[in-house]
Ligand binder design. Structure first.
Ligand code: NAD
Ligand code: DAU
Length: 355
């Protein structure tokens, strides 16, 4: 098969990466998709079972810090585009263990930039290095205002500082070496296949098991939630239509205070689990706050809408219902990822006895 593009996706076995891989494999049979993933605790090939046999899909287990492996992949598969999602992604883990965030998110990104630069030498025509990043690089908002692409960087956790650093390095390779890059910074994603260390799947799993729902601080922290497949469609749009050297903010226009979102989820779960109304809300427990907890994130997504014509499609009510239903009907997936080391993580993070 003569593919028209050969795309290396890093972190494709994770939450967002698996949705992106599935989308590109299915929608572009003339593209070859090479998925490089280390399969850390957050990477899971179960997330890709339905497409693993596709002709235009290749999986490679490995680390983005492994230069020899990267060189081999660029050469073997004639890689002409990279979509880089591999990262350590959980803020709480970055607080207890910052080093793996520095290694993967910063050193790993530079290693990948070097591999792309070497492989493409100084002929960058028709090449693209797409770096997928987060709105957390902008820091925190007060009651009002939105993050635009011009908001100054002000990261406040080891995770967001490592992502900010990687963003700067990607831009530095554009300005210094002319490497063709594009970046996007997205708000909180939700949907199927998210590891249950993150708010929504953690709460769904705990409701299912009648366990306490740990709400940090006063619960009035605000996030802008985006249905994960809408993020995959935004990445597809930026990949095909984005202007080299530019950055696009991606968001859901969907702000929720944590406690309001959790209330909404509890009521939905009562219905789905056939429990008396209010039963799940009784599980809510306010716990010690996350250190340096950013108060509010909210994205101004005007640029990607006006310049590239992208807008989110799934509204909050529909997305939340689809999410809760997916985790309930995929309880085996949830049970698999919450056995073993997850128990230890949970016990340490929430200061409870492990099962
Ligand atoms: P995730 O933690 O679910 O997945 C990360 C994936 O990267 C895993 O499959 C893991 O095995 C892999 N990985 C980690 N270290 C690696 C390494 N050294 N080499 C190769 N693979 C490695 O993360 P996610 O939530 O899917 O996020 C994906 C990307 O999107 C990240 O860069 C994150 O910063 C960014 N992002 C996430 C969100 C969100 O709400 N989840 C929002 C905006 C941006
Ligand atoms: O904004 C984009 C970012 O969103 C991504 O870059 C990160 O990779 C992703 O993890 C996410 O970061 P957050 O820290 O916002 O997500 P998390 O799901 O960890 O927490 C969401 C909110 O819920 C936050 O205010 C903390 C709170 N929370 C979280 C957990 C896990 C709780 O109150 N209790 C919890 O147990």
């Amino acid at each position: 098969m003569n593919y028209t593009k050969h795309i290396l996706i890093t972190g494709g076995a994770g939450f967002i990466g698996s949705h992106l891989v599935r989308r590109l494999v299915q929608q572009y049979p003339d593209y070859q998709i090479v998925n490089l993933d280390k399969l850390t605790y957050a990477g899971n090939l179960e997330n890709l079972r339905d497409i693993e046999a596709a002709q235009n899909y290749v999986f490679q287990k490995g680390d983005i810090l492994d230069m020899e492996l990267l060189e081999g992949l660029f050469s073997q598969y004639h890689i002409d585009a990279v979509i880089h999602l591999a990262a350590e992604s959980h803020v709480d883990r970055s607080i207890s263990n910052p080093m793996s965030f520095i290694e993967t998110n910063i050193v790993g990104t530079v290693t990948l930039l070097n591999a792309a630069r070497n492989a493409w030498k100084d002929n960058f025509a028709d090449k693209l290095f797409y770096h997928v990043s987060t709105d957390e690089v902008y820091g925190t908002l007060g009651e009002t205002g939105l993050f635009t692409e011009d908001t100054a960087y002000d990261p406040r956790s080891p995770y967001s500082a490592s992502k900010a650093s990687s963003d700067h390095l990607v831009r530095a390779y554009y300005h210094t070496y002319g490497l063709p890059v594009v970046l996007s910074n997205c708000s909180n994603n939700y949907g199927p296949f998210q590891f249950p260390e993150k708010l929504l799947p953690l709460m769904i799993n705990n409701i299912r098991n009648n366990k306490a729902l740990p709400v940090y601080g006063d619960g009035k922290y605000t996030r802008d939630w985006l249905w994960v497949e809408d993020h995959a469609s935004a990445i597809d749009t930026v990949f095909h239509k984005g202007v080299i050297g530019e950055t696009y903010n991606i968001g859901g226009n969907n702000e929720w205070k944590n406690i309001d979102l959790i209330h909404q989820l509890c009521d939905l779960m009562d219905g789905l689990l056939d429990r008396p109304k209010g039963a799940s809300r009784e599980l809510i427990t306010f716990v010690k706050d996350r250190p340096g907890h950013d108060r509010r994130y909210a994205i101004d997504a005007t640029k990607i809408k006006d310049a590239l014509g992208w807008e989110p499609e799934v509204q909050a009510e529909e997305g939340l219902k689809k999410t809760a239903e997916w985790y309930l009907s995929n309880s085996e997936w949830m049970d698999n990822v919450t056995s073993g080391t997850y128990q230890k993580y949970y016990a340490n993070q929430y200061n409870v006895q492990s099962n």
